[in-house]
Design a protein around this ligand. Sequence first.
Ligand SMILES: Cc1cc2nc3c(=O)[nH]c(=O)nc-3n(C[C@H](O)[C@H](O)[C@H](O)COP(=O)(O)O)c2cc1C
Length: 238
Amino acid sequence: MTKESDSKPNTPTRDQIRALRKQYGEVGLPDEQVRANPFEIFSVWFTDAVANEYIVEANAMVLSTVNSISENEIFPTSRTVLMKDFSEQGFTFFTNYQSNKANQIAQNNRVSLLFPWYAMERQVIINGTVTKISEAESSDYFATRPWGSQIGAWASRQSTPLNNRNDLESNWNKFAQKWPEGSQVPKPADWGGFLVAPTSIEFWQGRYSRLHDRIKYERDLSSSSNKTNVWHHQRLNP
Ligand SMILES: Cc1cc2nc3c(=O)[nH]c(=O)nc-3n(C[C@H](O)[C@H](O)[C@H](O)COP(=O)(O)O)c2cc1C
């Protein structure tokens, strides 16, 4: 009989970590597939990601924000959120409006999003500005969430310290008693959606010998309205 510890893999050594590499190259992003509008490529890639059995949570994206308390203290913070909608207006996610990310956004509305679709040797990086969506839209989405998650939104004061897990669970139980399963749970005032309106979108496709394809789009902000949907793109060195 083997002890549990015998079957555990050893922590990789530095040399083993350095040897972790993959040869890319199956699919490229040739000029024929490059479109004037980046959302055409995004739609195709997102559809591919959802259909790909090796991609867990295709709509998961890394959101990076910065605090801008003072110029000397600017620091980025990253975390994963789930994209719940996208259109040419931008990418929507939901969260707590008192969370750390929301506090950072309140100080600086410039953010970055990253979709890590490694199983397809793809990455999409989006930079843009973020605004809250309407209360009505947030309530509509909140109503579609599973009951347990709705209660969870009431129970968690996201990003604030907790003494222990029991406090969180008893808070959840308190709200579960207030709105038992099957009842209509109202949206907490501090919970809702953000829309990231992109100013740049970069598509990365891994290729052989590290000769990856990168196409970066930048929104043309030169006209009077920044709602313009004119984009310029260029190929970048990998
Ligand atoms: C796969 C995955 C999906 C997540 N989705 C969300 C989400 O949609 N909204 C959210 O507020 N937090 C989500 N989280 C948790 C966040 O990454 C983060 O821990 C939390 O929002 C607190 O971040 P903050 O303290 O920077 O505000 C997700 C985490 C993971 C790993």
